[in-house]
Ligand binder design. Structure first.
Ligand code: G6P
Length: 613
């Protein structure tokens, strides 16, 4: 995710900002910038911005390690592109009109398009494609000399999440900050005061920090820090001492990026879903396709690799049920060479976290060469697949560092649900009421994922018992088969335990011969129609000596009649169950690997982004 650092004190700000931004590099970024306030040679206050695409090294070189940007008060930012491609113009900080204000932002302004249209009519012009620039101009609009008032008025107009660092040109030496649903801290020290999106950025200078409460505004000078609520009343806040080391802090206190990213899933899913739901209905405007074009799609061809392929498997069940469009799913490495027979009006969907996977990119090019419209479901903005696809539906998972994907997978599922609902509606398969019921439940998924995470100890305990398994099997039917594939892949990727996932009905055609005493078989069963069938399959393996773990939804208590151990996930609409059952499966893989003492974040022989064939 993007990183924010701010400093106002008694030494040059830019070197401190660069230093802090460097500590946030692990979060991933594609460009960086700083804004520093100073008094020019005519005695006029100025705010100077310097930005660069690429690594921080480039910004360091441009600014002579910060020395060429004078001033003791400034804000800095590393950007992970969301709205608008990675470029100098889209990178932060952003000026408001006449360079009166400079802003850095983490988060997503959901209603930025409406604000942008309104401000454009009022004479504001926009240089970038970002949502952030709308905040800069809104602040300008409301600024009449009182920064706290301007910020508070701005807050009443923006929807979404934000952590903002703000400089007002006529307030040299002062930094303003505010946050809603996106983290931001302030730190104090003898040399000056800081803001940062994460602790490691300022740990070198201070351990005395305050985690800014949601919806509070902060004013910092080199000597003082004041907090205000949205009604502009001053409030008292307490500071606390940070006692973690830097490395632990970078992982937010988690032992591994994988676990951190598992815990980021509620937020990632929320960020992916909520900007796409307007008044209870799915808004697919960003695809650039009319309702008629959506209705005309005769077939969908999905292609992807690895976990993204499992998302496509889930999508097949989900989209076919919700939109009644036939969906074909291919591994990208197969599709690119098989000269598939495809009907006119087929929409090709390529799913990829990185947007750079060689086979997925080749599949996209093949489809385009043959004249098909391609939609990319992609996480990395400005990546090759995002650039070359006709339409892009971004997943807002933020940078994923662990090789084994978790939060990107969950956001891909969410993206697929949105598409399925939008398509179902456009094709008249589901009505408004059904759509609203589905979107309301989609919005509840993040809190349900949180509930599963609260029970992680049960999974941890269970995983420890099976860390030394030789083989582990996963079985499921329908949507649960797709989830089983992902559970099995997660496990083998990081624990190196041989694992296979089977459509439970296929067991009798071979795999059952591998079942021996004590072998763990994980049965996933969330679909009512298929529940009894899966239970029968579990009985079959159990009677041949398997130890059976059942994963199902609360309410399906008959699972305990056959399973040796049962993990329950909250109830949801059956079509969304994959989003919940995958969480215990991720945790199972994680804790099994941990039990074996393996480096979970860097599994042997695997790469995060496979850019070669
Ligand atoms: C690698 C990663 C997987 C990922 C797959 C596809 O194998 O380890 O986690 O699912 O590539 O990557 P993509 O970036 O296209 O989603």
């Amino acid at each position: 995710m993007c990183g924010i650092v701010g400093f106002t004190g008694r030494q040059q700000a830019a070197p401190v900002l660069l230093d802090g931004l460097e500590k946030l590099e692990y979060r991933g970024y594609d460009s960086a910038g700083v804004a520093v306030s100073d008094i020019d040679k005519n005695g006029e206050p100025v705010v100077e911005i310097v930005k660069a695409k690429g690594r921080l090294k480039v910004l360091r070189e441009m600014t002579d390690d910060g020395r060429s940007v004078p001033g003791t008060c400034g804000i800095g930012h590393t950007r992970w592109a969301t709205h608008g491609e990675p470029s100098v113009v889209n990178s932060h900080p952003h000026y408001a009109k006449d360079k009166r204000i400079a802003v850095v932002h983490n988060g997503i302004i959901e209603n930025y398009q409406q604000i942008r249209e309104r401000l454009t009519k009022e004479g504001y012009s926009f240089l970038s494609a970002t949502d952030t620039e709308t905040v800069a101009h809104l602040l300008d609009k409301y600024y009449t000399g009182n920064p706290i008032e301007a910020i508070s008025r701005m807050m009443f107009h923006v929807r979404g999440s934000y952590a903002l660092g703000i400089l007002f040109r006529d307030r040299p030496g002062e930094i303003y900050a505010v946050r809603k649903d996106s983290p931001l801290i302030v730190g104090r020290s003898d040399q000056g005061n800081f803001i940062a999106s994460d602790v490691p950025a300022i740990l070198k200078y201070t351990r005395d920090v305050c985690f800014i409460p949601n919806l509070e505004i902060v004013k910092l000078t080199d000597q003082e820090i004041h907090f205000y609520n949205v009604d502009q009343e001053e409030v008292e806040e307490t500071f606390s001492e940070i006692n973690w080391d830097t490395e632990a802090a970078e992982k937010g206190g988690f032992a591994h990026f994988m676990l951190k990213e598992i815990y980021e899933q509620p937020k990632a899913v929320r960020d992916t879903v909520s900007p796409r739901i307007k008044d209870g209905c799915v808004d697919l405007e960003e695809l650039g396709m009319t309702g008629e074009e959506l209705a005309k799609i005769s077939r969908i061809q999905m292609v992807a690799c690895g976990s993204a392929y499992h998302v496509c498997m889930t999508a097949k069940y989900m989209v076919e049920q919700t939109a009644r469009v036939p969906v074909d799913v291919d591994l990208a490495s197969e599709f690119r060479y098989r000269n598939a027979v495809m009907e006119k009006d087929t929409l090709v969907i390529v799913v990829s976290q990185s947007g750079e996977t060689a086979d997925s990119l080749a599949a996209l090019r093949e489809a385009k060469k043959r004249g098909f419209r391609v939609l990319g479901i992609v996480n990395v903005v400005g990546s090759s697949i995002a650039r070359e696809a006709d339409s892009v539906f971004y997943t807002w998972a933020g940078p994923e560092i662990s090789v084994a994907t978790t939060k990107a997978y969950s956001t891909q599922l969410a993206a697929v649900y949105l598409l399925a609902i939008g398509l179902g509606r456009a094709r008249g398969v589901i009505g408004e009421e059904a759509e609203k019921e589905m979107t309301a439940e989609l919005m509840r998924l993040p809190e349900k994922i949180e509930r599963i995470l609260e029970e992680k100890e049960r999974i941890q305990w269970f995983a420890n018992k099976f860390s030394h398994s030789k083989d582990i099997f996963f079985i499921g039917r329908g949507l649960d088969y797709a989830s089983s594939l992902e559970g099995s892949l997660k496990l083998k990727e990081i624990s190196y335990i041989h694992s296979e996932a089977y459509a439970a009905g296929e067991l009798k055609h071979g795999t059952i011969s591998l079942i021996e005493d004590g072998i763990l078989v994980v049965g996933v069963a969330t679909q009512k129609e298929l529940f009894e069938k899966l239970i029968s399959n579990m009985v079959e393996v159990k009677s041949r000596g398997a130890y059976v773990l059942g994963v199902t939804s609360y309410g399906n208590y008959s699972m305990e009649d056959v399973a040796n151990y049962t993990i329950y996930v909250p109830k949801t609409l059956e079509c969304f169950a994959a989003s919940l059952v995958v969480v215990p499966l991720q945790l199972l893989a994680y804790y099994v690997a941990l039990g074996k003492g393996l480096d979970v974040d860097k599994p042997r022989n695997l790469a995060k982004s496979v850019t070669v064939e």
